[in-house]
Design a protein around this ligand. Structure first.
Ligand SMILES: NC(=O)c1ccc[n+]([C@@H]2O[C@H](COP(=O)([O-])OP(=O)(O)OC[C@H]3O[C@@H](n4cnc5c(N)ncnc54)[C@H](OP(=O)(O)O)[C@@H]3O)[C@@H](O)[C@H]2O)c1
Ligand SMILES: [Zn+2]
Ligand SMILES: [Zn+2]
Length: 347
């Protein structure tokens, strides 16, 4: 076993620094010295669920990170020590099911192995995330990142970015398409940047009037403060795709009503049960869909697109010792627009 320092929780929602085990390298494994890891709202959900469950199993969050290759297994091809790499929230899948064969490993029929909170497919151990100095992953889920981009700001592309990229890509969003983005946080601000870079016209729906100027700077053509009913009624302009990133349960009807014929509402933020009047979908032959993470091909496609178009997240970088501050501020919607923790200070 190898050991590394990490921030983890046991039965609490706050994390503390501790030594954890990493597996010895298998032939196709890559060891990565983690430099930066994004703080995703899913980390917050996971920590709160963990505390509520009363579990004493160790939870180490962190599933969007960058670093450099520090060691490779005997059968690794294409990666060498020192290479700049990035990893997202999937680190393994069965590789043979129809989903995996269609490059949608994120929908693997055996459920993909998540970067933390999952089970290793080989030895059944719990996966521990990248709020850590080192991570070990199979080479199939390690990606080359554009080295000319600010690496701290690349980290959020690996969860927040790819989660909104797949719906944009799958719906062929481009010039002439109108896109709505609901919630201007980690996922939302990247959805604005990416939709805009693809040539779409973008409207942001936000509950925070103070974010309106930022939304325009990020590339939005219009901003609707969703708590203002008059403003929300302007949303009757018709959108081809609305990506909804709100982290809590909320009514979907206003956003379904804002869609064009055959438009789609892609809910990626709140992943629980919803109440829905099917008539809202029937009128206009609309679709209600969702997305999560991405397949290997599309993840590399996103990184290449961001490299070509100089797209990165807007980040606030904090030393790893302030990770609990980042989590607390994220819970209060006090982030512009993604916290990234610097793990190079963890020995
Ligand atoms: N599908 C997936 O695979 C996937 C991947 C990553 C994350 N997620 C989920 O996506 C959600 C967003 O993640 P994130 O990291 O982008 O979080 P975030 O940075 O906190 O952004 C969420 C945004 O939602 C809006 N919001 C928050 N609370 C709200 C409320 N009570 N009512 C209305 N709007 C509210 C806020 O935007 P405004 O201030 O602009 O209103 C906030 O900035 C989380 O639930 C996360 O778990 C899903
Ligand atoms: Zn995430
Ligand atoms: Zn599979």
């Amino acid at each position: 076993m190898r050991h590394t320092m990490a921030y983890g929780a046991r039965g609490s929602s706050a994390v503390t620094a501790q030594r954890i085990e990493r597996r010895d390298l298998r032939p196709s494994d890559v060891a990565i010295e983690v430099t930066y890891c994004g703080v995703c709202h899913s980390d917050l959900h996971a920590l709160h669920d963990h505390e509520a469950s009363g579990s004493d199993e160790l939870l180490v969050p962190g599933h969007e990170f960058v670093g450099t290759v520090s060691a490779i297994g005997t059968e690794v091809v294409g990666f060498a020590v020192g290479d700049p790499v990035a990893v997202g929230n999937i680190v393994d899948s069965c590789g043979v099911c129809d989903m995996c064969r269609s490059e949608q490993q994120n929908f693997c029929r055996e459920f993909p192995t998540t970067t933390y909170g999952g089970r290793d497919r080989v030895d059944g151990s719990a996966t521990l995330g990248a709020y850590a100095h080192e991570y070990v992953a199979d080479q199939r889920f390690v990606y080359r990142r554009p080295a000319h981009l600010n690496s701290a700001a690349v980290a959020p592309l690996m969860c927040a970015g790819i989660t909104v990229w797949e719906p944009l890509s799958q719906r062929n969003v481009g010039p002439g398409t109108t896109v709505g983005v609901v919630g201007l946080g980690g996922l939302g601000h990247l959805a604005v940047k990416l939709a805009r870079a693809r040539g779409a016209s973008v409207t942001v729906f936000t509950t925070s009037p103070s974010k309106a100027n930022d939304a325009r700077t990020l590339g939005a053509d219009d901003v609707i403060v969703s708590t203002d009913e008059d403003a929300q009624s302007r949303a009757r302009r018709r959108y081809d795709l609305i990506i909804d990133t709100i982290a809590v349960e909320h009514p979907l009807k206003p956003y379904l009503d804002a869609l064009s014929l055959d438009g789609a509402l892609c809910v990626v933020g709140y992943l629980g049960e919803v109440k829905l009047d099917i008539l809202s979908v029937l009128i206009g032959r609309k679709s209600l869909t969702s997305a999560g993470s991405g397949g290997r091909l599309y993840t590399q496609e996103l990184l290449d697109f961001c490299g070509e178009n100089d797209i990165v997240a807007d980040v606030e970088v904090l030393p790893s010792s302030q990770v609990n501050t980042a989590l607390d501020r994220l819970a209060r919607n006090d982030v512009r627009y993604r916290f990234v923790i610097d793990l190079s200070d963890l020995g």
